[in-house]
Design a protein around this ligand. Structure first.
Ligand SMILES: NC(=O)c1ccc[n+]([C@@H]2O[C@H](COP(=O)([O-])OP(=O)(O)OC[C@H]3O[C@@H](n4cnc5c(N)ncnc54)[C@H](O)[C@@H]3O)[C@@H](O)[C@H]2O)c1
Length: 387
């Protein structure tokens, strides 16, 4: 199985290590690396390209891993699929439902496969949580929430030309906390509620820097069943919360710490480790060999992308500064922390509430959008609250 990687720097370095491990195990062979910038040196002997179309013609890989900025994904994935390759496409796969529909159409046309890089979907801990829910350990699920508090310094927003941008060259870039680093958190929630599609979105977004996107956000997705998924996240956090998914039920609550694969079920004394993740590239290779189902096929990410449409249409994030924040360090090392943010986010996750429904003085009312179920999946903004 000959694998090429497009976007070889940045997070592409992680894929280079993954490919090297699978190459050492005799599962794949690295066919080519592509990047528009000089590729950071590595031990790989594969040819380097600056143009992905030239690479597709000359190297003819079986599988292409795409790790470029999200606004380039649809075009590069389309080119790779039409060249006859299967694709592992980094998250967020695309940035609107129009792009999702266009790429799904190419998949239908070509009969090829597209796996999306939501690697936490392959975790044994998520599998165990879903199994436990199906056995009724939390009773009837009444809602799901996720909370995460990370810290990113100013250097993070200088890492790439699209960092902190809402658009690049007129196209959505959406490099906010919700759409990029903390996307895994709520994709896990949507996966737990698989089969219950979003019908409404209430969104509150905040920023503590001179950026165009959110570094802090609270999002409530209402599902067709009426149950909520609440997402409460920040990159300006106090103590580190890696990422917790809280499943609320009539008989108790379960918590999955998705980055570290730890699970707490009702009645447990403490977290239990449930290690093990199915590697998404290996799963794609298996899928090609014997039809093993993909863990994160593009179709599974449709509800996620529907919510991104709301981010595209939402007002700019509200600025938080002055006495609300604490600044530490200087230059690229400067960090900003929102005072009391962790407790506010935790309350949102516990109460399945928006920040504006809690006693949080800096919270602003939500941007509220209904997702209509027309055949075209068009969005309709409502004047009335979603709930
Ligand atoms: N799954 C995860 O946990 C995870 C983690 C980090 C990033 N990501 C995703 O990986 C993707 C890349 O993110 P990043 O942080 O590495 O971005 P980046 O901007 O740091 O790196 C992207 C690389 O792609 C190259 N590139 C840009 N346009 C190209 C083109 N047309 N052809 C070839 N190369 C091109 C750039 O030169 C750069 O080297 C994004 O979708 C991001 O969300 C996923």
């Amino acid at each position: 199985m000959r694998v090429a990687l497009i976007g070889a720097n940045g997070h592409g370095r992680w894929h280079r290590r993954q490919i090297a491990e699978l190459e050492a195990a005799g599962v794949v062979e690295l066919a080519a690396l592509v990047d528009v910038r000089p590729i950071e040196p590595g031990p790989e002997a594969a040819p380097h390209f600056t143009d992905h179309r030239a690479m597709l013609r000359e190297a003819a890989p079986d599988v292409v891993v795409i790790c470029t900025p999200p606004y380039t994904h649809r075009q590069i994935a389309t080119d790779a699929l039409r060249a006859g390759a299967d694709v592992l496409l980094e998250k967020p796969p695309v940035l609107s439902r129009a792009e999702h529909r266009a790429l799904s159409e190419v998949l239908r046309e070509t009969g090829r496969a597209c796996q999306v890089g939501f690697q936490a979907l392959g975790s044994a801990a998520l599998h165990e949580l879903r199994r436990s829910i199906s056995y009724g350990v939390v009773g009837t699920v009444t809602g799901v929430a996720t909370v995460a508090a990370w810290q990113r310094d100013d250097a993070y927003y200088r890492r790439s030309p699209w960092a902190g941008k809402r658009t690049v060259d007129g196209r959505p870039a959406l490099d906010g906390a919700l759409a990029n680093p903390l996307a895994h958190a709520w994709m896990q929630c949507l996966a737990i509620m698989d089969g219950d599609p979003p019908v409404g979105v209430e969104l509150e977004r905040y920023r503590c820097r001179d950026i165009e996107v959110d570094d802090t956000a609270c999002l409530r997705i209402t599902l067709a069943s009426g149950r909520p998924v609440v997402v409460a996240v920040t990159l300006c956090g106090e103590e580190f919360i890696p990422g917790e998914v809280v499943v609320h039920g009539t008989a108790g609550r379960a918590v999955l710490e998705y980055p570290t694969d730890r699970l707490l079920l009702p009645g447990d004394d403490g977290y239990r480790e449930i290690p093990g993740r199915v590697n998404l590239l290996e799963n794609l290779v298996q899928h090609r060999a014997d039809g093993t189902p993909l863990i994160a096929p593009l179709a599974r990410t449709e509800p996620f992308t529907a919510v991104l449409d709301v981010l595209n249409s939402a007002p700019d994030p509200a600025f938080l500064g002055g006495d609300l924040v604490v600044e530490e360090g200087e230059g690229p090392a400067r960090k900003v922390t929102i005072k009391g943010v962790n407790s506010a986010l935790r309350q949102a996750a516990e109460k399945l509430a928006l920040l504006s429904e809690l006693p949080v003085p800096w919270a602003v009312g939500p941007h509220s959008v209904r997702l209509t179920a027309t055949p075209e999946n068009t969005l309709q903004t409502t004047e009335e609250p979603v709930r």
